[in-house]
Ligand binder design. Structure first.
Ligand code: SF4
Ligand code: SF4
Length: 441
């Protein structure tokens, strides 16, 4: 069974919802659609307070190269446009829509499926851009940009990321089981953009045997290889996935296309199929709602802009003992300070947990056990990065490979001294970025 060469951990999986079919959540009475759904510059608002909108109507236009369109995810009236808490932890300009209950599509959207083979590459990329598709695995990079690498970069390997290695999350697993044809067709559309020479793979962790079986059946007649990957975190990280499937290593400063590779998430592939074949903008997504503190853990399909509060009600409300709510998985997700944040295109999960029994993080002295070094999939020395961050030696920390840290959290997870290693690394990254921005201003 394939896996990446360096490091990795195996946290308890807690995939409570792996057998829970996707439920449709009704559109709530009010939506908060963030204009910051992606990496890069937020979209420019195209509507005003009082505007009537239809589902799928463009309400925010991509502003620059690294940006993405944003659409209304139901029909109704714009109630306000103002800064609002975002699941990423910051405030972002947000369009509030009062739903009219009709959920009416704008004309020409979500149509009968058309054959993508009739479209040129430019038309396919244009439809993906128009639909506002971004990486749905968490990164949120605009997909049309990722699918247009520089002409001197030859892509020979396309990988769909079905690893879903974060504990608790099962949204991609369910999507592979329930919409396998759309997954395959999305991957075929992506592959068609690269000269027909590129080999396509779907990487899935071995703990999803049913998904491996379903997709293998559809994939092999089309020359797509489904690869069973060892269940090991962070198997779904882009660099680790590429290493596991191709043996290639993405060095510091390189991007996957430098090694001929392109990786897309399962949800993104389905969104590509829907945009290209059905003219459907990205207005909804699958979210895993889980943790021992929520009444009914489940996988839901919900429209972008649904508040976490409405979702928690739909899932039976959090227990009183809930003391932490996380957007995303437990390894890379973000703890929230309010439930009044909306689902964005990168929201993969919402976890309701009680961590009262867990020893409070109180940093102790490093005992030089080297566990953090052993598990780091990027071959870094996390203890040293954290030490150097604490004394603010930002030139030295860059030489130690700061930029190569993927913030996977494996080092913090294993540290017996409870050192907040990723915290310090993120702190150093933020200060280094700010310093570079000031220099280039
Ligand atoms: S968070 Fe960074 S330093 Fe820590 S294990 Fe992951 S890649 Fe290595
Ligand atoms: S795991 Fe913790 S205690 Fe061990 S070397 Fe790394 S930082 Fe030090």
């Amino acid at each position: 069974m394939k896996t990446f060469k360096t490091g990795g951990i195996h946290p308890p999986e807690n995939k409570f919802t792996e057998n829970s079919p996707i439920e449709e959540m009704p559109v709530p009475a009010e939506l908060a659609i963030s204009l910051n759904q992606h990496l890069g510059k937020p979209a420019k608002p195209l509507v005003k307070v009082g505007s009537e909108v239809k589902k799928g109507q463009l309400i925010g236009e991509a502003d620059g190269f690294i940006s993405a369109n944003v659409h209304a995810s139901t029909s109704g009236k714009v109630k306000a446009i103002k800064p609002h808490p975002h699941p990423g932890g910051q405030y972002a300009m947000t369009v509030f829509i009062t739903a009219d209950g009709k959920d009416e599509w704008a004309e020409g959207l979500d149509t009968e499926p058309a054959d993508w083979r009739n479209f040129s590459k430019e038309e396919i990329i244009g439809k993906i851009k128009q639909a506002g598709i971004v990486g749905m695995g968490g990164a949120g990079f605009p997909t049309n940009v990722k699918l247009s690498p520089p002409p001197d970069k030859q892509i020979d390997t396309i990988i769909l990321n079905g690893a879903e290695c974060e504990p608790f999350l099962t949204a991609d697993h369910r999507l592979m089981l329930e919409s396998p044809e759309a997954v395959i067709e999305g991957l075929e559309i992506i592959t068609s953009l690269f000269s027909g020479q590129a080999k396509a793979y779907i990487g899935i962790e071995s703990n999803k045997k049913d998904a491996i079986a379903v997709l293998s059946k559809l994939a092999s007649p089309k020359g797509i290889e489904v690869v069973s990957l060892k269940t090991k975190y962070p198997q779904g990280a882009e660099k680790q996935l590429i290493n596991a499937i191709t043996g290639r290593t993405i060095e510091q400063g390189e991007l996957p296309f430098d090694k001929g590779c392109l990786v897309q998430n399962i949800g993104t592939a389905v969104a590509i199929y829907e945009a290209v074949c059905k003219n459907k903008p990205l207005v909804d997504r699958i979210v895993t709602v889980s943790g021992l503190e929520i009444g009914h853990p489940k996988n839901i399909r919900t429209v972008i802009g649904t508040s976490f509060r409405d979702i928690s009600r739909f899932c039976g409300d959090p227990k009183e003992s809930t003391n932490q709510i996380i957007s995303g998985g437990p390894m890379m997700g973000k703890a929230l300070f309010t439930l009044d944040v909306p689902v964005v295109k990168t929201t993969s999960g919402i976890l309701f947990v009680n961590n009262a029994g867990i020893e409070k993080a109180r940093e102790r002295t490093c005992i030089r056990c080297s566990k953090c070094v052993d598990v780091c999939p990027q071959g870094l020395a996390p203890w040293l990065l954290a030490n150097v961050a604490q004394i603010r030696e930002f030139d030295e920390i860059q030489l130690l490979g700061l930029a190569n840290c993927t913030e996977c959290g494996s080092c913090t997870y294993v540290c017996p001294s409870k050192r907040e290693l990723v915290h310090w690394i993120k702190y150093a990254k933020a200060l280094v970025n700010n310093r570079q921005k000031r220099k280039s201003a």
